[in-house]
Design a protein around this ligand. Sequence first.
Ligand SMILES: Nc1ncnc2c1ncn2[C@@H]1O[C@H](COP(=O)(O)OP(=O)(O)OP(=O)(O)O)[C@@H](O)[C@H]1O
Ligand SMILES: [Mg+2]
Length: 510
Amino acid sequence: MKSPVADATEATVNGVQTPLIELRNVSKSFGGVVALQGVDFSVNPGEIHGLVGENGAGKSTLMKIIAGVHTGYEGEMRVEGRLVQFRSARDAIAAGIGMVHQELSVVPDLSVAENVFLGVQPVKAGGIIDWAGMKAQARTLIASLGLDLDPNTRVGSLPVGVQQLIELSRVLFSGARTIILDEPTSALSPPEVARLFVALRKLRAEGRGLIFISHFLDDVLEISDRITVFRNSRRVATELRANLDKDKIIGHMIGRGSAEMHMGETAVLNARQDEPPLLAARDISDGRSLNGVSVELKRGEITGMYGFMGSGLIEFARALFGRHAFSRGSITLEGKPAHFRSTAAARRAGLAFVPENRSMMLFRTEPVYKNVSIAMLDRIHKLLVKPQEEREVAKHHIKDLQIRPPLTDIPLGSLSGGNQQKVALAKWLTNMPKILILSEPTRGMDVGAKEDVIRIIKTLRDKGVSILVLSTEPETILTLADKIYVVKRGAVVSELSSGTVTKSDLLAAA
Ligand SMILES: Nc1ncnc2c1ncn2[C@@H]1O[C@H](COP(=O)(O)OP(=O)(O)OP(=O)(O)O)[C@@H](O)[C@H]1O
Ligand SMILES: [Mg+2]
């Protein structure tokens, strides 16, 4: 049974042609959780098809069906007109389908070159891997996305945004005719997104079909020829880009008017001038990515740090938390010197850190409630906490953060990306720190989920927690911060603590 939808399903961009991918009436459930219901979807050659929808709407599930990751589903799939039933991701790759997954899948211990050519190393006569050729080619490919990197660099040592670009280059230049990009820009700065879009348009001009999933609706509107909206496991609209705007998309996504859902484009700042800082970092330098960063965090205040990827934000957050060594500068906590030698030492002093790569801090195979209570277990002796109490605490947060589905005992890994992020935050609510450092707290979240997270962060602030938010998204900073530092090339270039600030002020300063 299909619901009536606004429709451009059959529309082709360049006249009548066989779609690269065509799905009909596809349904998929995981145990009791319905992920897709009667979905039709297609991609044409020479088309960029945008796909949007709230967290948990079913986007990644559909893409994993196309990419041969999920093999059990109802409905039909055709590739270039041929009915297919993939048995594995390998089958999909053989059929010309490449996918960049939402979760980074670069291999941290391998080099840049090895990651770019993962599984498809060029070989010389005699079957020997052509290392020199591979490195040279890797350098050229990543350069087209604006990366100037030694191909020998270990990928794990690079910032998440750069890792994301490396992962993208692997699939973009693999020769796949259909390319699926699931949240490819979440860690990228505006100039990097612009360069990625140049590469995507080139692939489109070559007649490839691209599927572009993102919560950044401006990006989707800019790059797509056609846009499909999912809501609650169903496709609710497929329309030509020309017939859509941001409000219409949000309307389809949430099924109601969107005026109240807009994130901040401007902020009126009101920093606490009077109080001494709870934490002060002065002149933090590492001789490389940090060139003298100074910030002050106050009790009951949200401090925002804004900068592009590569500006040093990530390194600074890690330096505060004892995870990144610095050669100059000092940190004081409540006026006393505090040079944390380890994450554990920082934690004992009352600092909590939710890094941009949240999956590092989560246990995907453990149930949701265990992931929520893990911070609580640091505090209370493990033996004293009964699973039933852990569940009760988790239940409370699941309700408060509107984590879906609202179940305590399913494995964390079965939640959608956005809902996993809520769990990562929830665990700090059980054990309120003095200082909470959040790197990209709303990355990859849809408008509704962002609102939930923003509400929680503000509640913690109002309870007296000092919060540092580091983000490459100006909207996130503007919505949250009482005071803003703009960081560029490892230094604070602008400090804003009062008056009205706009998105263009931030973009212009960074
Ligand atoms: N492997 C799995 N096991 C169990 N349930 C799953 C699994 N993968 C997805 N689901 C469930 O299917 C539904 C759709 O999830 P999906 O990951 O497709 O959402 P999404 O639209 O990609 O969301 P997001 O924007 O947060 O990434 C969710 O309810 C999710 O919890
Ligand atoms: Mg997803």
